[in-house]
Design a protein around this ligand. Structure first.
Ligand code: BGC
Length: 744
């Protein structure tokens, strides 16, 4: 009905606008809906179908006859990727496509700072705009389920609430540049092993409570204009044409009005794609009989095969009208948005944003004194050291190379070694210590034993002569590390780093270990190393941010966005054998259900090595006693919980005050507690501030499978306030009265 009215008004305006020279669909004074309907009414069936599939590796067709441009897309999500060839995966070799590499999204999540997320979105949006992109393929919002997932670095951690709060400003600010966010990978792409077809099976509770909320926030609050389907299957059907995910949840329940784009090669069936809510097909592979260059875009599932089905009446024309409407709407929001800014690339402002996110995202995991000394090792006081040895391939490695589609061609890059040298000058010496080989797809470069031995020996010899070692290791973007298309093969550090660390410690226990990774790793040497810093992948300004934190110029305030288990089996996804990870015969069941990350550690009483929400500071924060505005509340009311926090140390610092809520009634299985609020505050030494949280009925709800909807049980609840999911400083109990079925 709405469509008919719009077509009616479009016709009216068509006649009306004749005198005004501009056709309705080009008249920017008119609403997007009117213009879309006018454009649609002028298009042939062939033109509508053409909108629905790629014309090159990263663009889809426009309507040349009507002057409707092509849609240009780019990876995402940490910077705008270099130009790719028209019809193969090689880089095009342009000389104007170097950009800012922003810290990976795990680092953004570790800032727990929504304002910085907005700055990130705006800065990357300006870069995408300058590079003439209409769609940026990001942010990535899949939940961190296992530390083996090769793509965790592209996502925002294990908690749906944290990821929801942080993705919204990124999307909103990005899109102000006339660039659509393409939120990915919808949904349940939580491992890279068998990603093309692993069939994920899980309960509705796990789906709605853990894996969907961030995507929903991206649609409802972020107002994201596009969504990328995932490669994997969900309950038997490919996510890129899943009736459940795309028709029912995304488009019907959430009322998403943007476009669904496949992951590259994620489309497998014409009929399902036609009827199950897919709008644009990208990156399909050849049919196996032809080579990439012979396989034309018109062979795609949503190309000629779709046109034929439409002509034969095997699928309704409504399907293509809906797709074309959404695609045209995306054009008006991006490529045909005449009010969009021009953008900019690699500016000082963007570098400042990248540095600030690094400063706030780096997490101090451990900081103890060395042997008999009293003060913790960090921050490093330059006057105390004459000879600092930096060890490690990651201190100099170009960590934006490799990793898959998030690979970046950076204009500038400050490595950890550069950053430390500019802070500590001539005192810094360097030894590579281990070799990691080049990033290569599908295999690992084998490093000869004598090379391994030589590098290790060199580093150990130099360590004997040094006052302090800063070992910069971790994972990298090689295949089977933090890289798309494969999972890590083990939980341990690769490339002989454990052995190197042990040997270095034998000759010099003064060690700061900096781990650059997007994942938790096994830490067998944990008790022997005084200081450990989780440094993520920090991009262009990474070395500077690291030096800022190590030297104390910046007081660390990052908090872990996911739990670091002591061993792999302590992680819920790995507690049920192969069926749960990686699956058997490519069929998988998420047996840990809703108990992902800290929900698992808390509920099963299996302590994490470093818990979710954990991160140290160079100052200390004292928490007062939490109080609630009432002892009970009911629906349509709110409860306020307050607590005072004081900087009781000697330097200014930022603290993330975290609110978790637990259901004490026990009507259905619930995790001990779940994150429902946080506030990052900045305090001068001695300063005290009151932090308050508003609790609503929605914060208490669970997904009730018996009614297929959210529900809240009346009963007793507990608010836990603390500095991490483990370090709870005060609790307050309250009751919630009434039964309320909350919105989907
Ligand atoms: C990845 C996507 C990416 C796309 C285009 C796929 O392999 O899964 O995240 O956006 O390639 O490069």
């Amino acid at each position: 009905m709405k469509n008919k009215l719009l077509i009616g008004s479009a016709l009216f305006y068509s006649v009306f606008s004749l005198n005004a020279q501009l056709p309705v669909y080009l008249d920017k004074k008119l609403s997007i809906d009117l213009r879309v309907q006018d454009a649609l009414s002028k298009m042939t069936l062939e033109e509508k179908v053409k909108l629905c599939y790629a014309q090159s590796k990263f663009s889809s067709h426009g309507v040349p006859r009507l002057g409707i441009p092509e849609l240009w897309m780019s990876d995402g999500p940490h910077g705008v990727r270099a130009e790719i060839n028209w019809n193969d995966w090689g880089y095009a070799g342009w000389t104007n496509d170097s950009i800012t590499a922003f810290p990976a999204l795990t680092c953004l999540a570790a800032t727990w700072n929504p304002e910085l997320s907005g700055d990130y979105g705006n800065a990357i949006g300006e870069e995408a705009r300058f590079r003439k992109k209409d769609v940026l393929l990001g942010p990535g919002l899949n939940i961190y389920r296992t530390p083996l997932n090769g793509r965790n670095f592209e996502y925002m951690g294990e908690d749906p609430y944290l990821a929801s709060i942080l993705c919204v400003p990124y999307i909103q600010e990005l899109q102000k540049n006339g660039v659509a966010a393409c939120v990915k990978h919808f949904a349940l792409n939580n491992q890279e092993l068998w990603r093309d077809n692993v069939d994920v099976n899980l309960s509705d509770r796990a789906l709605y409570e853990i894996y969907l909320p961030a995507f929903k926030a991206a649609v409802h609050e972020g107002q994201a204009w596009s969504m990328m389907g995932a490669y994997n299957r969900v309950r038997g059907q490919h996510a890129c044409h899943s009736d459940l995910l795309l028709n029912k949840i995304l488009k019907e329940d959430w009322k998403f009005d943007g476009v669904v784009i496949t992951d590259w090669g994620g489309c497998h069936d014409t009929y399902e794609s036609a009827v199950n809510g897919l709008d644009i097909e990208m990156g399909s592979y050849t049919n196996g009989l032809t080579t990439e260059s012979e396989f034309t875009y018109d062979d795609y599932y949503l190309a000629n095969p779709y046109l034929e089905m439409l002509k034969k009446g095997e699928v309704s024309e409504e399907t293509v009208n809906d797709k074309a409407t959404r695609i045209l709407r995306t054009h008006y929001r991006t490529s045909m948005n005449l009010d969009k800014p021009y953008g900019s690339v690699a500016t000082k402002e963007h570098y400042d944003v990248a540095e600030e996110i690094g400063n706030e995202g780096i997490v101090l995991l451990k900081n103890s004194p060395v042997s008999k000394k009293k003060t913790p090792l960090l921050p490093l006081d330059a006057s105390k050291y004459n000879n600092i040895l930096v060890v490690g391939d990651n201190a100099v490695r170009f960590l934006n190379e490799g990793g898959g589609s998030s690979e970046l061609k950076v204009k500038d890059m400050i490595s950890p070694l550069d950053g430390l040298r500019s802070t500590y000058g001539e005192k810094i010496k360097f030894a590579q210590g281990y070799a990691a080989g080049k990033p290569m797809y599908g295999r690992e470069e084998v490093i000869e034993n004598d090379v391994v031995e030589k590098l290790r020996k060199e580093a150990v010899e130099m360590a004997k002569e040094s006052d302090l070692i800063i070992m910069v290791g971790g994972l990298n973007k090689n295949h089977f590390q933090d890289c798309e298309g494969g999972d890590r093969l083990s939980f341990g550090l690769p490339f002989g780093q454990n052995e190197l660390i042990e040997e270095l410690l034998k000759v010099n226990p003064n060690m700061v270990l900096v781990l650059l990774s997007g994942n938790a790793v096994d830490m067998p040497w944990i008790n022997k190393i005084p200081a450990i810093v989780q440094g993520w992948y920090l991009g262009t300004m990474g070395g500077k941010s690291l030096a800022n934190v190590i030297s104390g110029k910046v007081n660390p305030s990052g908090k872990l966005p996911f739990s670091f288990p002591a061993k792999l089996e302590d992680c819920g996804a790995h507690a049920f054998g192969e069926i749960s990870y990686p699956g058997i015969d490519r069929r998988q069941e998420y047996k840990e259900d809703i108990l992902v990350g800290y929900r698992w550690h808390d509920t099963k009483k299996i302590p994490a090595l470093f818990p979710f929400g954990f991160g140290m500071s160079y100052t200390t924060f004292d928490y007062g006693k939490a109080s609630a505005s009432a002892s009970s509340f009911s629906d349509n009311e709110n409860l306020t919980v307050k607590i005072s926090v004081k900087n009781s140390g000697k330097v200014s610092g930022k603290e993330v005050v975290q609110l978790y809520i637990g259901d004490e009634t026990g009507k259905v299985m619930r995790p001990v507690k779940e994150l429902k609020g946080f506030d990052k505050i900045s305090l001068e030494p001695g300063e005290e501030r009151e932090v308050s949280f508003t609790i609503k009925a929605q914060d208490l709800q669970y997904y009730d499978e018996s009614i297929s909807n959210w529900n809240v049980a009346s009963g007793k609840f507990k608010a836990y306030i603390g500095s991490s999911s483990k370090d709870i400083r005060s609790t307050v109990s309250f009751t919630y009265k009434n039964n309320l079925t909350v919105n989907k």
